[in-house]
Design a protein around this ligand. Structure first.
Ligand SMILES: [Zn+2]
Length: 162
């Protein structure tokens, strides 16, 4: 994300050499550097005791594909916060999504199967068997990459066979 103007005072930013970070957009009036840090968000493979995966569908994202549970981290929140009642959580991998400069932190979360409390942003949410979930997630997506890694980890943990 290119920033050209100060978000505080509106001055045009200059490029200033800062430490070993190189040339960084900088507001001289506020003495504030603008580092191009990615926005962190979480992407979670939520799995229950029957090895079913929680997937959701948001029609504004896709009317065909289902996605993993995901969300942004706002100030004061931590990466473990998902609103679900999680029994245990494993960090799997991080992914950088270039177009939106997102740092997606991927987790595998274990929950007890329960009914979903669907937020108004979600059109459908459901439990799927792992083999069915593979067919619902968009091929080549970050969600698919995380899903692959998480299921491999799950098999190592539980020695399950499909
Ligand atoms: Zn400024």
């Amino acid at each position: 994300m290119d920033i050209n103007f100060c978000q505080i005072c509106g001055e045009k930013l200059i490029l200033k050499e800062i430490g070993d970070e190189g040339m960084i957009p900088y507001c001289e009036a506020c003495s504030k550097p603008y580092f191009n840090s990615p926005a962190p968000c979480v992407l979670v493979v939520v799995i229950n005791e029957y090895n079913e995966v929680a997937l959701l569908k948001q029609d504004y994202v896709s009317t065909i594909h289902w996605g993993l549970i995901a969300g942004f981290i706002t100030e004061g929140e931590n990466a473990e916060e998902t609103g679900l009642n999680i029994r245990s959580l494993q960090y799997i991998s991080s992914f950088h999504q270039s177009p939106r400069n997102l740092l997606m932190l991927g987790y595998l979360a274990f929950v007890k199967k329960s009914e979903f409390i669907k937020s108004c942003e979600v059109d459908q949410i459901n439990w799927f068997l792992i083999k069915d979930a593979y067919l619902k997630i968009r091929e080549g997506s970050i969600a698919e990459q995380l899903f692959d890694k998480a299921i491999k980890r799950l098999k190592e943990n539980q020695h399950i066979n499909e």
